[in-house]
Design a protein around this ligand. Structure first.
Ligand SMILES: Cc1ncc(C[n+]2csc(CCOP(=O)(O)OP(=O)(O)O)c2C)c(N)n1
Length: 572
């Protein structure tokens, strides 16, 4: 007998886990996902096949997907999303997740998992990715019930993007993606264990203002926290009110324009001599959204010994972790600076620092960033300067890791936040090329460069295929010294020139490689050909690999040897 009862259309429609996932991502405003399919994510890919409002970019390796999501996030401030299958797909994300964690980049990484019934049995392509990523994520979820899925996604985006940003992983067993439930996107979140400090301690702000007005030799030291909290304007205002010279960590590059008089460039191991001297002799170091990384402080017991230290950070655990802080200011950089600027302005506080500014100007004059020019030889610093000149400083610069990264940081003047994209904390070779894909996807009209070494570029060079498939006009500038340059530099300076396994023989012909992928390759061997090659690449809608042949002996200077004080520099 057939039922006479009509279907109750008032009932909310039941959706599969995969459908819920895609709907929830759309609800979070996700426009692009970088991913790679496999058995355990087939139901999700089937749903992506039907989805119109989210673009999926098929990378050639999951590491490419996570770095692309990272580049997307760094250049936009919006969370980047990547997707991988279980087991090897998931473990291929690990480096990129750790990379994002170290640099506080908001990423939501979604992984497929074996069906719930097979969990814990060493099933085919099973890996405990939640266990593996727990120390390198803000949070890792294993979804055990399809009813939890929408809530988990909502929470994941909230956690990734609030407070100190960072990666969140969601591991979804295959059966959860096919089971059905009502789709209810939770309007609010209940996360009692996740508390964000929203108030600013005004007493501490006043103390900081008093210390600033009394300082004779103050320095601002800004980090990535300024960029992630969107506090560049507040930094500009602080400088307008106080005129205090500013130096930055690698992650803070772009927080304040490099071409402004008060900017001293980068601090630390490959920082400018004048920034290092200023921090060393300072009587007030004001750390803002920075974590006093060892690469910056050098020998800790000599760092800022004569200085009072003020430190703003959104993560209270950072304050006092590496250096002893006199005036801690836990909170969002932007909010704290707004309060501080108010106090400075209302009280008319302005430190008397003319002699200090003069001293710094003298250091700047005496020890500028410099390199020797040799007729007929391409200097990597010159290539970077020419990239700056040819792009009017408006390009997005991604880098790999090594000398190329440091030359890029030293010689490309960043004029605005979020346009210098580099792996700071983890120092991940192979980051730059996929990150550039994420950046170009987010900014289709922008000029995007990846400044690379010939070693690093080979760590994710398979992504040239993704770049060409998606018609991304990315320009890769390889500073090709036929060696793992930065390691070789250490071997030369500290290991008696024992060049153990740093010479890169057996390199591919990068021009032919470009050709093989359907990009354009140009080899550049003379200084006068540098600019025309750059102009050609910039004006072309195609992806370019520019293979700049440089010398293996070129070094990154200045250099603070490991374990030394920051005023102790080679090649100053
Ligand atoms: C994944 C990874 N492996 C190893 C290292 C160690 N490392 C740091 S710099 C460097 C050399 C990089 O060589 P290349 O990419 O050619 O750049 P160059 O220094 O010559 O500019 C190496 C091996 C690293 N940072 N990342």
């Amino acid at each position: 007998m057939t039922s006479k009862n009509p279907i109750n259309t008032a009932q909310p429609e039941e959706l599969t886990g995969a459908q819920i996932l895609l709907k929830a991502l759309a609800a979070e405003g996700v426009e692009v996902i970088f991913g790679y399919p496999g058995g355990q994510v087939l139901p999700i890919y089937d749903e992506i096949y039907r989805t119109k409002n989210i673009t999926h970019i098929l990378t050639r390796h999951e590491q490419g997907a996570v770095h692309a999501a990272d580049g997307y996030a760094r250049s936009t401030g919006k969370p980047g999303v990547c997707l991988a299958t279980s087991g090897p797909g998931a473990t291929n994300l690990v480096t990129g997740i750790a990379n994002a964690y170290m640099d506080s980049v908001p990423i939501v990484a979604i992984t497929g998992q074996v069906p719930s019934a097979l969990l814990g049995r060493d099933s085919f392509q099973e890996a405990d990715i939640v266990g593996i990523t727990t120390p390198i994520t803000k949070y890792s979820y294993l979804v055990k019930d399809v009813k939890d899925l929408a809530r988990v996604i909502h929470e994941a985006f909230h956690i990734a993007t609030t407070g100190r940003p960072g990666p969140v992983l969601i591991d979804i067993p295959k059966d959860i993606t096919t089971e059905k439930t009502e789709f209810i996107y939770p309007p609010s979140l209940e996360l009692p264990g996740y508390r964000l400090k929203s108030t600013v301690n005004l007493e501490q702000v006043n103390k900081a203002a008093e210390a600033i007005v009394k300082a004779k030799q103050p320095v601002l030291f800004v980090g990535g926290g300024v960029i992630s909290s969107g506090a560049s304007e507040e930094i500009g205002k602080l400088i307008e009110l106080t005129d205090i010279p500013l130096t930055y960590s690698l992650m803070g590059k772009g927080a304040f324009p490099d071409n402004r008089e008060q900017c001293l460039g980068m601090l630390g191991m490959h920082g400018t001599a004048y920034a290092n001297y200023a921090a060393y002799e300072s009587d007030l170091i004001f750390g803002i959204g920075v974590r006093f990384d060892d690469r910056v402080t050098g020998r800790l017991d000599t760092f800022g010994t004569q200085a009072k230290i003020i430190h703003i950070d959104i993560d209270p655990a950072e304050i006092g972790k590496n250096v002893q802080v006199d005036i801690p200011l836990a909170g969002d950089v932007k909010k704290v600076l707004q309060e501080l600027n108010k106090v400075l302005e209302n009280k008319g506080y302005r430190p008397a620092i003319e002699p200090w500014k003069q001293k710094i100007a003298e250091w700047k004059n005496k020890y500028p960033l410099k390199y020797e020019t040799v007729p007929g030889v391409i200097k990597p610093q010159f290539v970077v300067e020419q990239i700056y000149a040819a792009t009017n400083g408006e390009a997005y610069i991604c880098t790999e890791v090594g000398q190329n990264q440091m030359w890029a940081a030293q010689y490309y003047s960043s004029l605005k936040p979020r346009n210098f994209i580099t792996s700071g904390g983890l120092g991940t070779m192979g980051f730059g090329l996929p990150a550039a894909m994420g950046v170009q996807m987010a900014h289709p009209e922008a000029v995007v460069f990846n400044i690379a070494g010939d070693g690093s570029i080979q760590m994710n060079s398979q992504e040239f295929a993704t770049i060409v498939q998606n018609k991304l006009p990315i320009n890769v500038a390889i500073l090709n010294n036929h060696t793992l340059g930065m390691v070789r530099q250490w071997q030369e300076l500290f290991f008696d020139k024992h060049y153990s396994h740093t010479s890169m023989t057996g390199q591919p012909d990068f021009v032919k490689l470009a050709d093989a992928y359907g990009a354009v390759g140009l080899r550049v061997e003379k200084p006068e050909d540098v600019r025309p090659a750059l102009e050609e690449a910039i004006s072309s809608p195609k992806a370019y690999i520019l293979d700049f042949i440089i010398e293996a002996d070129e070094k990154v200077y200045p250099m603070v040897p490991a374990g030394c004080s920051i005023n102790n520099m080679l090649g100053r």
